[in-house]
Design a protein around this ligand. Structure first.
Ligand code: ADP
Ligand code: ADP
Ligand code: ADP
Length: 264
């Protein structure tokens, strides 16, 4: 499958991506993540992107189209992909169509994470990220799990782990589920741990971080950019008949089942 996730910052795109990716053996291409990696590594591309990102404005179409064009060539993307945070302008959408047309393929579905702006500030300011896995948590809505500790949140992000080595606990149910999946030969690379998502823990002891642009002031300009530049992209796909609207204000699990309904 070739999928696009569209929605304002904090609408849950990154949260839903791992489930979709593992259900269909897709690669997950998030332009925001790729740009942040380039900024951190101070690559020429990162240096060009940084100023706009800090202000909550979009970086240039050419720059992100170049990144996506390159990333889609990865072997892990050959079965299909999830585009998360791209395209964000109609020009990007048109360029994407041209790229896919050259390969004789097209987008199957566009998932629109529909949500009211008023909900997003609380989601964004409570967002914490585990940098090495890209996993997203929330102080209130999705606190990180730690076995045997009540004060879950502060435990991970103060990094006060009693034993700094990595330990992994799989619940028995998760192992049984994993065995079933392996027996069916359904496993795709990277899915092993995610299969245990709801039942297991990984405690890495690595601190969670907050994104520099996850502040109320920068959110405001990101939302302005969304309404002005990205909403027309939703209409673009609507007129092609491949748009599906999701109730993104619902709890994560309910959004997941809506996604599964749309894709089945
Ligand atoms: P996006 O990738 O669209 O910017 P995220 O998936 O990172 O959004 O979600 C933003 C924040 O909101 C995260 O902290 C996440 O844990 C939390 N979150 C995601 N989906 C939901 C939901 N359905 N209900 C409540 N909180 C959510
Ligand atoms: P969120 O998860 O909150 O929706 P992202 O991580 O997708 O935000 O994007 C962070 C920033 O990276 C954006 O504010 C923008 O500056 C830049 N960016 C990401 N994707 C694109 C894109 N397709 N076009 C232009 N700028 C982008
Ligand atoms: P995969 O790449 O195979 O999907 P992940 O690295 O995404 O594996 O992690 C799988 C599961 O472990 C997820 O449910 C995630 O929430 C959880 N997890 C990952 N890192 C941490 C962490 N630092 N603390 C708590 N849970 C974590």
């Amino acid at each position: 499958k070739r999928l696009i996730l569209i929605g304002p910052p904090g609408s849950g795109k990154g949260t839903q991506s791992p489930m979709i990716k593992d259900d269909y053996c897709l690669c997950h291409l998030a332009t925001g993540d790729m740009l942040r990696a380039a900024v951190a590594a101070k690559t020429p591309l990162g240096i060009k992107a940084k100023e706009a990102m800090d202000k909550g404005e979009l970086v240039s179409d050419d720059l992100v189209v170049g990144i996506i064009d390159e990333a889609m060539k990865k072997p892990s993307c050959q079965k299909g992909f999830i585009l998360d945070g791209f395209p964000r302008t109609v020009v990007q959408a048109q360029k994407l169509d041209e790229m896919l047309e050259k390969q004789g393929t097209k987008i199957d579905k566009v998932l629109n994470f529909a949500i009211d702006d008023s909900i997003l500030e609380e989601r964004i300011t409570g967002r914490w990220i585990h940098p090495s896995s890209g996993r997203t948590y929330h102080t209130k809505f999705a606190p990180p799990k730690v076995p045997g500790l009540d004060d879950v949140g502060s435990f991970i992000w103060t990094d006060a782990l009693p034993d700094p080595s990595i330990f992994i606990t799989y619940a028995n149910e998760a192992l049984a589920q994993l065995a079933k999946v392996e027996a069916l030969g359904l496993e795709c690379p990277g899915s092993r741990l995610t299969m245990c998502r709801s039942l297991s823990f990984i405690v890495t002891g690595e601190p969670l971080i907050q994104r520099k642009d996850d502040t109320p002031a920068v959110l405001k300009s990101r939302l302005e950019a969304f309404h002005r530049q990205t909403e027309p992209v939703i209409d673009y796909y609507g007129s092609k008949g491949i748009l599906a609207n999701l109730p993104a204000e619902k709890p994560p699990k309910e959004v997941t089942s809506e996604v599964q309904k749309v894709l089945s």
